[in-house]
Write a protein that binds this ligand. Structure first.
Ligand code: SF4
Length: 406
């Protein structure tokens, strides 16, 4: 899956830190109202994917559930009682790779420790293949009200390059079927795939917007180190899409999706009115959240903790009731403020400077005056009333601009 962009971007910072004790895990505040659960199983490991997951190792699923239960119980000993939350996001991996019975066990576990509020957003990531009506029935029964489908493309040649295990026709059929069970649907789409043309991308966008979906995420393909795609690219077997063509595809997406009535609310995300992903908004607003499972990162009481990415190491640790936190960082107020700038700039509305300065007791110009002025002068940022935000030019190099504020 690719939609939990913000659990992903958290991995960028790695810290040397001994395995945490329960005391180190203790949150100093308990204001989080969002929880992420990572399910690390897939039918097949797509060659471009570097998420924490295993494929063809379904025999580990019972151990995963036991380890997750232990991790959730350790959290419960700290917080004392079930926590009320506004958002639950079950991502992966492919959560719907689990059997219907296993999904019941998983949601039963989550509900023991987290109570969704009446209007909570409960999202699950899924792939078009294997998402049968029995699974949809289970998800609906447990209150899941948002599905994020890893469609990636409707072009079979592009899907083949990406090593996806479904066809474009299957994806269309799945979207139509899911819509009858869980109407709040989001699609993930990828551009910049080797061999993909602007015509193919345009066709994928047209099909996506002709379907009954509320939200679309678009990502440029990246060649992450330690993936088969990276190695194939190094050996000349896969050719990266030229930057200019990739930029064109991104601009095509912005134009097509906004013309179709979706609001571009974050660098990679588009939504119909009131269908922004509330869980991801928690990340972008630099608010707190719980997270469980291999590779998952939580942010509680100003401390970011990241679980070990290896599924087997995470399993082994929690089966022994030992913490699997690999990295932990107690962020200073200035570090929190810089992260908040970086995250807010990902949103199209940008950074509310007054609210930011009140929240952190720091002035933006004191923290990042030089970078701010430079990017305003170069036309990559704009300032209107209280908000600083990326311009269209800035969007095209968003990661570079944003990293200047860290
Ligand atoms: S299905 Fe999604 S999570 Fe699984 S390997 Fe493919 S891209 Fe990664």
């Amino acid at each position: 899956m690719t939609s939990r962009s913000d659990q992903r971007t958290r991995r960028e910072r790695q810290y040397e830190c001994p395995v945490a004790t329960d005391e180190q895990m203790k949150p100093t505040t308990a204001t989080a109202r969002a929880v992420y659960i990572h399910v690390p199983f897939c039918l097949h490991h797509c060659g471009y994917c570097d998420f924490a997951l295993v494929a063809n190792r379904d025999h580990l699923i019972p151990q995963y559930l036991q380890a997750l239960e232990n991790e959730l119980q350790a959290h419960r000993r700290i917080v004392g009682e079930a926590v009320e939350v506004d958002t639950i996001f079950v991502g992966g991996g492919t959560p719907t790779h689990l059997s219907p019975d296993t999904l019941r066990t998983l949601f039963g576990l989550i509900q023991q420790h987290f109570h969704p509020t009446k209007n909570a957003e409960i999202s699950v990531e899924a792939n078009p293949d294997g998402l049968d009506t029995e699974r949809l029935d289970v998800l609906q029964g447990y209150g899941v009200n948002r599905l994020s489908l890893g469609v990636q493309s409707f072009d079979d040649a592009v899907l083949k390059t990406l090593e996806r295990t479904h066809t474009g026709a299957q994806a269309i059929e799945t979207v139509r079927r899911c819509q009858q069970w869980i109407p709040n649907l989001s699609l993930d789409l990828i551009f910049g795939v080797p061999g993909q043309t602007t015509v193919s991308w345009q066709r994928t966008l047209e099909i996506a917007t002709s379907l009954p979906v509320k939200h679309i995420s678009t990502y440029g393909l990246t060649f992450e180190k330690d993936t088969p795609f990276f190695r194939r690219e190094q050996h000349g077997q896969l050719k990266r899409t030229p930057d200019e063509l990739e930029r064109q595809m991104y601009l095509d997406a912005i134009r097509h999706l906004t013309d179709a009535g979706l609001r571009h609310y974050e660098v990679s995300n588009f939504a119909r009115p009131d269908f922004e992903c509330r869980h991801n908004m928690v990340y972008w607003n630099a608010d707190e959240y719980f997270a469980f499972g291999p590779g998952a990162a939580s942010y509680l009481g100003g401390i970011r903790r990241t679980n070990v990415r290896s599924v087997v190491r995470w399993l082994n640790a929690w089966q022994q009731h030992e913490s699997a936190v690999e990295d932990a960082e107690d962020l200073s107020n200035e570090e929190k403020a810089r992260e908040a700038i970086m995250l807010a700039l990902r949103m199209r509305k940008g950074l509310d400077v007054t609210a930011f300065e009140q929240r952190f007791g720091l002035r933006l110009v004191d923290l990042a005056g030089a970078a701010l002025q430079q990017h305003l002068d170069d036309g990559f940022l704009t300032q209107q009333a209280d908000y600083v935000s990326l311009t269209t030019e800035g969007l095209l190099i968003a990661d570079t601009i944003i990293s200047d504020f860290l």
